[in-house]
Design a protein around this ligand. Structure first.
Ligand code: NAD
Ligand code: LMR
Length: 328
């Protein structure tokens, strides 16, 4: 029997990530090849005509799984009945800008959209925040949507996770699908800690295979940390196809589950695991089953890693304070 359609909200749908993401959702890449979807697309009035153009293209593409399209500049209409919300709308960082520069513009957007989701989304709606500063936007959304369970509000660090897999695969000359269990700890920013201590290729530890401690502790980490900035420098625009694809990976694994023995990185509400302060949205290694994520516990953390986990937590605490100062 055919499944009932799932309603998926994409905010900022007329933007460049939105343009890459909506056809992926309509093709079943996010929720599965047998899962019909109804797309809800939100953007702001200056982008209304472009948004309508995206809707026209979705109709023209004749996606068999796509059972309806709502394209609107009204947040209430956009949020009504949605089961999954991918929050891409916001003000992107441009070349030379620090992420903190865009904070005040984005926290007010996330405060008002939190209220619309809280009042109008389906019960148990899963939320993924992509727009930067992603962790802190997600935290603001959580604060202003108190009836949405905190486990349902996450942010995207899967792109960083995938970037780390890509770097290891290139260094070792192996298939990216053979690289497992990298971790992104902390903020989706240049303080994030891409950790390969527990990563494997074909079951063998990555640090043993690479045998280049200097690269692992320096070049690898900074390449992944700075990859977003490198893309902006090259494209004069922030990453879009990789962000859209990683957003699909994040929701698919959350809803459908992670493969046995494999974890992924998700920005989730900290419960104090690994001595990360509770009350931050922080990227942890997680496994997913039955639509719920669980932080992987009891991984060993050496002194080098400890410092890096703490550094990115400090930045998130500062961002949290800055975000609250923007709201007052
Ligand atoms: P973009 O400027 O092309 O698109 C953003 C869209 O959001 C625009 O269409 C804009 O009109 C819309 N928008 C602005 N305010 C809105 C509001 N209040 N409600 C709904 N829509 C609104 O930007 P983009 O390149 O698609 O990037 C989107 C965001 O994703 C940026 O914040 C960017 O920094 C971030 N990003 C995050 C990651 C990640 O891994 N977490 C990766 C890449 C980009
Ligand atoms: C990215 O990681 O590509 C984006 O978050 C760009 C940015 O603003 O750093």
């Amino acid at each position: 029997m055919a499944k009932d359609p799932v309603r998926v909200l994409v905010t900022g749908a007329a933007g460049q990530i939105g343009y890459a993401l909506v056809p992926m959702i309509a093709r079943g890449i996010m929720l599965g090849a047998d899962q019909p979807v109804i797309l809800h697309m939100l953007d702001i009035p200056p982008a209304a005509e472009a948004l309508n153009g995206v809707k026209m293209e979705l109709v023209d593409a004749a996606f068999p799984l796509l059972k309806g399209v709502v394209a609107t500049t009204d947040a209430v209409e956009a949020c009504t009945g949605v089961n999954v919300a991918v929050m891409v709308g916001g003000f992107p960082r441009k070349e030379g800008m620090e992420r903190k520069d865009v904070m005040s513009k984005n926290v007010s957007i996330y405060k008002s959209q939190a209220s619309a989701l809280e009042k109008h989304a389906a019960a148990n709606c899963k939320v993924l925040v992509v727009a930067n500063p992603a962790n802190t936007n997600a935290l603001i959304l959580k604060e202003f949507a108190p009836s949405i369970p905190e486990k349902n509000i996450t942010c995207l660090t899967r792109l960083d996770h995938n970037r780390a897999l890509g770097q290891i695969s290139e260094k070792l000359g192996v298939q990216v699908s053979d690289v497992k269990n990298v971790i992104i700890w902390g903020n989706h920013s240049s303080t994030q800690y891409p950790d390969v201590t527990h990563a494997t290729v074909g079951g063998k530890p990555v640090p043993e295979l690479i045998k280049d401690d200097e690269w692992l502790k320096s070049g690898f980490i900074s390449t992944v940390q700075q990859r977003g900035a490198a893309i902006i420098k090259a494209r004069k625009l922030s990453s879009a196809l990789s962000a859209a694809s990683s957003a699909c990976d994040h929701i698919r694994d959350w809803v459908c589950g992670t493969p046995e023995g494999t974890w992924v990185s998700m920005g989730v509400y900290s419960d104090g695991s690994y001595n990360v302060p509770a009350g931050l949205i922080y990227s942890f290694p997680v496994t997913c089953r039955n639509g719920e994520w669980t932080i992987v516990q009891d991984l060993s953390i050496d002194e080098f890693s400890r410092k890096k986990l703490d550094l990115t937590a400090e930045e998130l605490s500062e961002e949290k304070a800055l975000a609250y100062s923007c709201l007052s």
